[in-house]
Design a protein around this ligand. Structure first.
Ligand code: NAD
Length: 356
């Protein structure tokens, strides 16, 4: 049997992890040799972004609070203009994957260095991936220049993460770990990270469903998200991510919820082809009856995640088109892409039927 080779480019991003680490932001900007940061956020995080900018004093160039999901190019263009007008020389993205995505989109157009301050479990801060939408289509690109220079994980910022977003964003992270476990270009280091990520998330998310302000569980979930992002950032995504990109980019479905619903069905589709590669996920889910996909479905339901695409606003009439778009520029996948089986997967996810 030929030896499976791999390329491992290391883990290039500097990470500060802890509670109260946001206090390191100013010194971190100095360390990067930058002087004036434009702080990015969603409209809902404007007050927090303005407070952060005020705390940075002369190191803040202003706030752009226009980030929205799926990185529409029009929003990026407005943020690039704000970056230039403010005389900024770096970016601070305070928020979830949408804000961090905006930071990446501005950085790739301006050369700005980024400090990411995540507040969800999306994991985007650790990847070299940017998904952008234009004209109803989501395109995804990878470039080392998209990576933030520094990521500051401050557990305090996640204490108030709403219950539903905790569950769905946690499953978004788990999806990264799952697809890294069976990625064609996996390697022993990233497989360890993905396995540890699954262990952390499967332990922490049920604890957070019961006690959302449990600091230890918050820290464990954040570690899981970090490791999931790092694993995704070094491997290529497969069918699960492709389906979610289509459902988000072409049908406007919410990102984390879509991941939460699709993941058990994607695992059902791939489990046999992935063979033992999903063993760390099985171990993380603990003892229980049924297939790994069924146990994942039960896990998602137990932590309060949605289980049906119909709940997220997708029309049944759109399923054929979603399956067709997913097959247009397919990603590599452990199991061959079978149009009928993919349409059936989407149908089951739309209804919310548990996978076998
Ligand atoms: P989000 O960033 O869109 O945030 C969802 C909502 O939650 C927003 O209104 C936000 O203001 C709010 N929010 C964020 N943190 C909060 C907190 N701590 N407390 C209360 N409210 C909070 O959601 P997301 O799921 O983090 O990110 C989704 C986006 O990230 C998508 O556009 C997706 O494409 C992208 N993404 C990219 C990658 C990548 O590697 N490129 C990976 C994962 C996700």
């Amino acid at each position: 049997m030929p030896i499976a080779g791999f390329t491992f480019a290391g883990l290039p991003t500097r990470v500060l992890f802890g509670e109260g680490t946001l206090g390191e932001l100013g010194p971190e900007i100095d360390r990067l040799g930058r002087r004036r940061a434009l702080v990015l956020s969603t409209p809902g995080h404007r007050v927090a972004a303005e407070r952060l900018a005020a705390g940075l004093g002369g190191r803040a160039a202003g706030v752009f609070a226009g980030a929205v999901m799926h990185s529409p190019v029009e929003v990026t263009e407005a943020a690039v203009a704000a970056y230039g007008a403010a005389g900024a020389d770096c970016l601070v993205a305070l928020g979830g994957g949408s804000t961090i995505g905006l930071g990446k989109a501005v950085a790739i157009r301006t050369g700005a260095l980024q400090v990411a301050v995540p507040t969800t479990y999306a994991g985007s801060e650790m990847t070299d991936i940017l998904g952008e939408t234009e004209g109803g289509r989501k395109t995804t690109r990878r470039d080392p220049a998209l990576r933030p220079a520094t990521v500051i994980y401050d557990v305090a910022l996640t204490m108030g993460l709403p219950a539903r977003l905790t569950a769905t964003s946690g499953l978004n992270a788990l999806a990264h770990a799952v697809e890294a476990l069976y990625a064609r270009d996996r390697n022993p280091v990233l497989s360890l990270l993905a396995a540890e990520s699954a262990t952390a998330l499967c332990a922490a998310l049920p604890r957070l469903a019961a006690a959302p302000r449990d600091p230890e569980a918050r820290a464990r979930a954040f570690e899981g998200a970090w490791l999931a992002g790092a694993a995704l950032g070094g491997t290529t995504m497969a069918l699960h991510h492709k389906l979610c990109h289509v459902l988000g980019g072409s049908f406007g479905l919410p990102h984390a919820e879509t991941h939460a619903v699709v993941l058990p069905h994607a695992v059902a589709y791939n489990a046999a082809a992935a063979g033992g590669l999903l063993a760390p996920l099985e171990a993380a889910l603990g003892a229980g009856g049924g297939s790994v996909a069924r146990r994942l479905y039960d896990f998602a339901r137990a932590i309060g995640a949605p289980v049906a695409l119909s709940e997220l606003g997708l029309a049944e009439a759109d399923l054929d088109r979603a399956a067709a778009i997913a097959l247009e520029n397919p990603y590599w996948n452990p199991r061959r892409l079978e149009p009928g089986a993919i349409r059936a997967l989407l149908g089951a996810a739309w209804v919310g039927t548990p996978p076998e």
